[in-house]
Design a protein around this ligand. Sequence first.
Ligand SMILES: Cc1cc2nc3c(=O)[nH]c(=O)nc-3n(C[C@H](O)[C@H](O)[C@H](O)COP(=O)(O)OP(=O)(O)OC[C@H]3O[C@@H](n4cnc5c(N)ncnc54)[C@H](O)[C@@H]3O)c2cc1C
Length: 584
Amino acid sequence: MASNTMPPVVRGLNFYALDQNVKYFLERTNPQMLKRQNGRLTDLGAWVGNELDVQAEYSDRHAPPKLAHDIIPAGKPGERTGRVVFNPAYEDAQIEIYRRGVIGLAFQDKNPEPHSLSFVMGYLLSQTDISTHCPVTMTGAVAYVVNKYGSDDVKKRFLHESTRMDGLAKTGGTWATEKHSGSDVANTTTTARKHFDGSYRLNGQKWFASNASSGLAVATARAEGTTGAKGLGLYLVPSHVDKDWTKPNSYHVTKLKEKLGTRALATAELLLDDTYAVELVPPPHGLRVMMEALGYSRVHNAMSAAGVAHRALLEVRCWMDNRETFGKALSDRPMNQKHMIGMSVDWMAACALAFEAAHSFDVSQGNDPTAHSWMRMVTAIAKYRTADLAVKSANTAVQMVGGNGYTADWPTERLMRDALVLQVWEGPRQIQALELTRVILGPEKGAESFIKNLNALAKALPSEMKTERALLKRKSAEIAGMMGDLVKNPQTAEFVADDILDAAADILTYALMARDAAWEMKHHNDSTKTLALQKLAETMFSQVKQAGYNVDTLADDFNRLVRGVVSPAPTPVKKTGPNGPAPN
Ligand SMILES: Cc1cc2nc3c(=O)[nH]c(=O)nc-3n(C[C@H](O)[C@H](O)[C@H](O)COP(=O)(O)OP(=O)(O)OC[C@H]3O[C@@H](n4cnc5c(N)ncnc54)[C@H](O)[C@@H]3O)c2cc1C
């Protein structure tokens, strides 16, 4: 079989080494960081493609977490019931992930790395296991707000604990959702009462708490007797009440959710019963700061979705190269080649959005308000669109692998189940649409900076891309019109929000991929993304939503967009278990 260039199974591949796209992103945005961290990422890529993959399958299928209803003697006050029991492989994987610096490197005292490094590591992790990536997103979110808003005392006590890289990191949780709603956090009912010693006691119920065994969570709670967002503060809830982390805090894990996917992830209902807490920010700042924490984890969510799209493509590629029907490899069949080209373009589109969200997050840490509104808009758009692309890719992967792909014997089954959560948590589509309209209608006047940035991206395209530039300008004018109408008629926001989100997602994807295509052509003489951009435009902007495939060019397109971007790049797999050598 001439086309048999991929191994029969994905496990064992190095997810970083074979991914030129992510390296282009790092080289374009953070070339020095790429030099410093290329070895670490290569090592991580091998680990996630191998050891973590074994763990993910095992934990999901055979050993998800269980709730032990025993009573744990707690530090004052009260006691704690409900202990989440994980299998040792999941626990070891958790330790190993933080030891590799997934969060710690961005918070080092000396020369912290950009958050983009952590986001890229999340992209790699999620290709194997959203159940271990999810706690990473929350650990990073907690560290981020502690670092930004914590008093010196709070930072001294908690920041090192969340970011340490010696295998003892206290992983994070974000406790916002209550029984009444996860979208409507402003109506949080959990209360916070000040204790005589300056700490707080929380009482209430949190309805979804992932990473239920977290060492340090942030929780929204309101001052007693208040209503609405203004009464909300944000509180740190450590798993233990004393500074030596020996006396358990007082809250009860009352139930572990039984879920469609992410079964290895412990998502719990919690009863807060005079739970010890430390104030991070007082009312009325709680909602705003929790939204900042969620902003951070939404970037991880987008990276996760891009990772799922990549894994789906890898699975299909390996299968199709190695499966023959009617005497010919499936990957040599034109219909399959068209599907795989579509998957490859979708993956690149997801990467374009997620990577921009990651980079814009770092850029927004400065004082430029337009950078902040760009980051918020890109993040909302990326969170929404990448999740849809992940689900679409995972679904296509199940169909393309066929009956085996539908069974738990093949990774596509778990990939499909797990991908669905990316559309829900961190705010579904409508919540991202409302976030977008808030930035457009709010003091940041987001529409102005959004259109300005699109125009700048169009202007920067080289003369050889004048067709792309013209299309980008035309589509920018359309979205400018839609956003302008909204600004004139803000009362229509809830009616038009999702249409604007969709149109903005289309044009932003196109603009970012055009920029990347130009950069890759200029710096590497690589026209792959230019071709992908053409396919994207044909699919996204044509009235008939169908890519324009040509029978004469299909084989060449397939070689460039699928074989060229997804080819095995084996690297020696190092033994890097919890007791293995620390990565450089
Ligand atoms: C596996 C899993 C793990 C989770 N882990 C956590 C966690 O660790 N911490 C945490 O805090 N939460 C967690 N969540 C909760 C998650 O963030 C919420 O499910 C999500 O934010 C939506 O909230 P909800 O489910 O209460 O839906 P609701 O708020 O009841 O909304 C239902 C639907 O209505 C839509 N909607 C809501 N308001 C509006 C509006 N104004 N206009 C139009 N449509 C609207 C929503 O988009 C959604 O589609 C988790 C959820 C899952 C599934």
